[in-house]
Design a protein around this ligand. Structure first.
Ligand code: SF4
Ligand code: FES
Length: 276
């Protein structure tokens, strides 16, 4: 779409013009944003005004507008991570008013709209905070610990061949649905950021479950869970104490049963693996 090909400044102008035409009321917001030059520097909150915010802008578009203003003033724009802007990639992780991905349930920051806030509101924006996710700059954190856990076992090394005929590999409907649900995890890290222990059990549970439930995942089932949990511990994530904040704040609403399955898979693997 033409809209997506425009630069941020053109997009801002377009949105502004469209809203003038529609006579929509703009919002006037104050932002308290965490600024930190790099992982070693000390960070602090800085305040910015965000006037002329359209209620129909996404949260990231609002940050684009604020950054354009900062650039015009000769100031450093706020660094934040993003890619798909449609709730798929998990990049847009940040804390908004004390909630991972903001106030709405089951919504990523990029899909959060400014109409979810009140005109005149002060919005506090912070990076995800966990030792295993060090701050790179401002709101950007390094979530490569998740990549290393995935690399430890989140794959199948069997040749799955070409697309099989429908029903050639029977999978019970409940297993197929559960595997699909947990496979919607986008690796965003909100579960870790929301957990008081910075545990990664929901993420690892989702990844282990999606393979454990399907025939293709059986070959490495035992080693997978042991290797992923070992890597999770190496990365410095905390232990789960059954609080449930991870699932409550997960934008893909991965259920706590993923953690229960992870625990079962781990116990079974520990008893049967020659490694243990
Ligand atoms: S389990 Fe949910 S919160 Fe955790 S990484 Fe996956 S999608 Fe994000
Ligand atoms: S930018 Fe991809 S999920 Fe938000």
């Amino acid at each position: 779409m033409k809209l997506f090909l425009t630069s941020n400044i053109k997009l801002q102008t377009l949105i502004y013009t469209e809203h003038l035409k529609l006579n929509t009321k703009f919002m006037n917001l104050k932002l308290k944003v965490w600024r930190q030059k790099n992982r070693k520097a000390e960070g602090k909150f800085e305040e910015y005004n965000a006037p002329h915010v359209s209620p129909d802008m996404s949260f990231l578009e609002m940050l684009d507008v604020v950054n354009n203003d900062l650039i015009k003033e000769g100031k450093e724009p706020v660094a934040f991570d993003h890619d798909c802007r449609e709730g798929i990639c998990g990049s847009c992780s940040m804390y908004i008013n004390g909630r991972a991905h903001g106030p709405l349930k089951g919504v990523t920051t990029c899909q959060l709209h400014m109409r979810s806030f009140q005109d005149g509101e002060t919005i506090v924006i912070e990076p995800f905070r966990a030792n295993a996710f060090p701050v790179v700059k401002d709101l950007v954190v390094d979530r490569s610990a998740f990549d290393r856990i995935q690399q430890a076992g989140g794959f199948v090394s069997v040749n799955t061949g070409s697309v099989p005929d429908a029903n050639a590999i029977p999978v019970p409907k409940e297993d197929a649905e559960e595997a699909f649900n947990v496979a919607t995890c986008i690796q965003c890290g909100a579960c870790v950021a929301a957990c008081k222990n910075s545990a990664a059990m929901l993420f690892v549970g989702a990844k282990v479950s999606q393979y454990a439930l399907l025939p293709q995942g059986q070959v490495e089932r035992t080693e997978r869970v042991l290797d992923m949990v070992e890597q999770m511990d190496k990365e410095g994530f905390g232990a789960c104490t059954n609080i449930g904040a991870c699932s409550a704040e997960c934008p893909k609403e991965i259920p706590l049963t993923a953690i229960a399955r992870l625990n079962r898979e781990f116990i079974m693997a520990s008893m049967s693996s020659p490694k243990q």
